[in-house]
Design a binder for this molecule. Structure first.
Ligand SMILES: Cc1cc2nc3c(=O)[nH]c(=O)nc-3n(C[C@H](O)[C@H](O)[C@H](O)COP(=O)(O)OP(=O)(O)OC[C@H]3O[C@@H](n4cnc5c(N)ncnc54)[C@H](O)[C@@H]3O)c2cc1C
Length: 386
C-alpha cells in the first residue's frame, strides 16, 4: 500500500512513522524547507498522551520536557497577582501531563522516521485526481505520485482540504483572537526573567514569557480582535499591539523576528461534516482544529494519526477504514472544541471584572476540594477516544 502525506507536522510525522511500521510505502511532503522546529510551549495530555505511551514515545518526550511548577500572572511591574499551580493540574490528570515545545514534540516524532520514508521538503501538492482504484497527486516540484491514499496533515490552512473538500471559509470558525509566538536568545533578559514561567495579568491581550534551554525565551502572545485578517506585517503588528503591557514585554517585543521565525495566526477551529473521501483523509488541525484555547490540538493530532493508522491496519478496505476513523474521532473532537470555546474568557478576560474573577478562581484552586474541581475544568475533555 502507498500513502502520500502532506505536512510534516505533529499529525503527519506520527502517521508517517506508523504507516511505515505497518509496511506501507510512505512519501512525506512538507512546504517548509526543513522540519519546523520553531514554536511555543504546549501542555501534552489527554488522548495524545495515551497514544504516545502506546507508541513508546514517552521516555523521549520526558527528556525533552520542561518542569513547570507554576504559571505566574504578573502585573505591569512584574509583580505576581495570581498563579496557576501546575501541581494541581498535574494531579488532576494523574501525572499524565508533559510540557514541552511543539518543535521538540515534532523532533521526537521525526527521530522515529526510518530511511524508508521518502521526505520532500520545500514541496507541496497542487492537484489531486481521485479514482475508484487509487489517487494521483501532482506535486509542486512537477513530479506525479500515484497510490492508495493521500493524507492532508497540513494544518489548519490545509491545501489538501481545499483540493478535496473546497474552500476553507466553509469550515473555519474564527474565535475572535490572534496569536503569535517566537523564541529568542538574550542573556540579560533571561536573567531578569529567571526560572519563572509568567504571563501578563491583563484584559483583552496577554504576553507570556517562558524560560527555555540555551538561555532562550519563548514568547507567546494573544489578543482579541474582530478582524480575522492576518496583518501584512505581523512583526510590526505584534510590536504595536502589546507595547503597553509593561514588565519585560517591551524588551521581548524588540526581539520579535519576521515570519517564518515568527508564528502568527488567527485562533480558529475547523468544523467539517466529513473528514475523508474514498481516497483522501484529513488528520490533525486540517480537519479537527480545536485551537489553543482547548490546549489539546497537538494531543489530538497524535491521537488522530494513531487512530487512523490502527483503522487502516485492521481493515483492508481503505474507504471503510477511513469511515471508521471519522466515526470514532468526530464526537470527542466536537466536545473538546466546545470546551475550548468555553475557556476563552478564562484565557483572555474581556473586562476588568472578569480578570478579577480569574484571580479569585486561581486563589480558590489552592483550596483543598476546589483544586481538583477547578483544574479539571481547565483540562476539560481530557478523556480519550472511544
Ligand atoms: C500558541 C499555541 C499554543 C498551543 N498550545 C497547545 C497545547 O498546550 N497543547 C496542545 O496539545 N496543542 C496546543 N496547540 C495546538 C497545536 O500546536 C496544534 O493543534 C498542532 O500543532 C496541530 O498539529 P498538525 O500536525 O495538525 O498541524 P501542524 O503542527 O500545524 O503541522 C502542519 C504541517 O504542515 C505543513 N504545511 C502547511 N501547509 C502545507 C502545504 N500546503 N503543503 C505541505 N505542507 C504544508 C506545515 O509547514 C507544518 O509543518 C497550540 C497552538 C498554538 C498556536
Amino acid at each position: 500500500m502507498r500513502a502520500l502525506i502532506c505536512g510534516a507536522g505533529i499529525a503527519g510525522l506520527t502517521l508517517a512513522w506508523l504507516l511505515d511500521r505497518m509496511g506501507w510505502d510512505v512519501q512525506l511532503v512538507e512546504r517548509a524547507n526543513s522540519l519546523r522546529r520553531e514554536g511555543y510551549m504546549i501542555d501534552f495530555f489527554g488522548p495524545g498522551f495515551d497514544a504516545a505511551e502506546t507508541m513508546g514515545l514517552l521516555p523521549r518526550l520526558r527528556e525533552l520536557a520542561y518542569t513547570i511548577t507554576e504559571l505566574n500572572y504578573v502585573d505591569r511591574s512584574g509583580r505576581p497577582r495570581a498563579a496557576l499551580d501546575y501541581k494541581v493540574m498535574f494531579n488532576s490528570l494523574d501525572g499524565r501531563l508533559i510540557s514541552l515545545l511543539r518543535g521538540d514534540l515534532a523532533l521526537a516524532l521525526y527521530e522515529r522516521l526510518s530511511q524508508r520514508v521518502v521526505q520532500s521538503y520545500g514541496c507541496s501538492v497542487q492537484a489531486l485526481d481521485e479514482r475508484a482504484e487509487g489517487v494521483t497527486a501532482t506535486l509542486t516540484d512537477g513530479t506525479r505520485w500515484s497510490g492508495d491514499l493521500v493524507i492532508g496533515a497540513d494544518g489548519i490552512h490545509s491545501a489538501i482540504r481545499e483540493l478535496a473538500f473546497g474552500l476553507e471559509s466553509n469550515y473555519l470558525r474564527y474565535l475572535g483572537i490572534h496569536t503569535a509566538a517566537y523564541t529568542f536568545a538574550d542573556p540579560v533578559l533571561r536573567k531578569k526573567l529567571g526560572e519563572q514561567f509568567a504571563i501578563t495579568d491583563s484584559v483583552d491581550k496577554t504576553v507570556g514569557l517562558y524560560p527555555i534551554r540555551n538561555e532562550r525565551i519563548a514568547v507567546f502572545t494573544a489578543h482579541r480582535t474582530r478582524d480575522s485578517a492576518i496583518p501584512a506585517d505581523p512583526r510590526t503588528a505584534v510590536q504595536a499591539t502589546y507595547s503597553d503591557l509593561g514588565w519585560l514585554v517591551p524588551d521581548a517585543l524588540a526581539q520579535c523576528p519576521d515570519p517564518p521565525a515568527l508564528y502568527y495566526d488567527q485562533v480558529s477551529q475547523i468544523e467539517m461534516p466529513r473528514w475523508t473521501t474514498d481516497r483522501v483523509a484529513l488528520v490533525g488541525d486540517a480537519c479537527q482544529a480545536v485551537s489553543l484555547l482547548a490546549g489539546q490540538g497537538a494531543s489530538l493530532a497524535v491521537a488522530g494519526a494513531q487512530l487512523l493508522a490502527s483503522e487502516l491496519a485492521n481493515e483492508a478496505n481503505v474507504t471503510h477504514a477511513l469511515s471508521h476513523y471519522t466515526k470514532r474521532m468526530a464526537a470527542p473532537v466536537a466536545d473538546k472544541q466546545a470546551a475550548g470555546r468555553r475557556t476563552a474568557e478564562w484565557f483572555l478576560p474581556s473586562t476588568p471584572r472578569r480578570l478579577l474573577l480569574r484571580r479569585l478562581a486561581l486563589r480558590a484552586m489552592a483550596l483543598p476540594g476546589l483544586d481538583r474541581l477547578l483544574s479539571s475544568r481547565l483540562v476539560a475533555g481530557a478523556g480519550g477516544i472511544p
